[in-house]
Design a protein around this ligand. Structure first.
Ligand SMILES: [Zn+2]
Length: 266
């Protein structure tokens, strides 16, 4: 007759449903005697497994692990020269069951944790994308509002950009607001050649200073342009003129083509 301590070693495996028939029968016979300590231990082990089952995304890992364990156990039994015999308690030491329980717990936990983390990462990415989209929307709105303010504020300095020797009949108009930046607009602007853009230049007053490259644009289908430069390279006082040339797409660091329009700032 086994004592309670010996049965205690079997209870985890019993609760997992992985105990061999001989030991199961012995344990069940002991439980039938109404031992309160062993009954409580079985209850606790079952509760733990129930908890594992609740936290597990699905039950597959436990069956898979149990199958793997039984293969291991059978292989051990065969290596001990006892083929086709279900392992007895001595062939399946408690540490093996403990290792299985730990592995099962870890497997279920990591599966749950991975899924949980993936879900959190996905949600965080969605929130970041939504914030990014919102920020872009606000930036566009802000640029529109600044542009409108430049157009309406009487404090904005008006600059007419005239066609040069390669004269375009249409004059472009620029408005420079000391705080809000520069707007340049025009209608019926001829389309630049393919892979070319219209590029804005700020020409400094300082003798010998190089033209400062700025915004690039292509007119819309109706020939309309609306260029907004929120941060001109220098102040109005230090700028002699605004000019526009046609440049290869991507713009140039130095004007490579004749000036199409220009206007003196002061
Ligand atoms: Zn007992």
């Amino acid at each position: 007759m086994k004592n309670c301590d010996q049965f205690r070693e079997l209870i985890e495996a019993y609760a997992l449903g992985a105990l061999d028939p001989h030991d199961r029968a012995a344990l069940e016979a002991h439980l039938a005697t109404g031992c309160p300590e062993c009954a409580k231990a079985v209850e606790e082990a079952r509760w733990l497994i129930t908890q594992l089952a609740y936290t597990a995304p699905d039950a597959a890992p436990s069956d898979m692990l149990k199958g793997r364990l039984m293969q291991t156990v059978r292989a051990e039994a065969q290596s001990l020269g006892k083929p086709h015999v279900m392992p007895t308690k001595s062939a399946v030491p408690f540490w093996l069951w403990a290792a299985v329980a730990a592995l099962l717990l870890f497997s279920i936990y990591s599966a749950w944790n991975t899924r949980h983390l993936q879900d959190e990462i996905r949600q965080a990415n969605e929130r970041a994308a939504a914030l990014q989209a919102e920020r872009q929307r606000i930036e566009v709105q802000l640029a529109d509002l600044k542009r409108d303010a430049i157009m309406m504020d009487p404090a904005s300095h008006k600059i007419a950009l005239w066609g040069g020797e390669h004269a375009h009949p249409e004059t472009l108009e620029a408005k420079w607001h000391s705080q809000l930046g520069v707007c340049i607009m025009g209608d019926k602007v001829p389309m630049p050649s393919a892979n070319h853009v219209l590029q804005v230049w700020f020409i400094p007053k300082k003798e010998g200073a190089k033209p400062m490259p700025s915004a690039m644009v292509r007119p819309d289908a109706s020939g309309k342009i609306m260029i907004y430069v929120s941060a001109p390279p220098d102040s109005m006082d230090n700028t002699k003129a605004i000019a526009i040339t046609e440049e290869p797409a991507g713009g140039s660091g130095w004007p490579t083509m004749p000036i199409l329009w220009s206007g003196n700032v002061t």
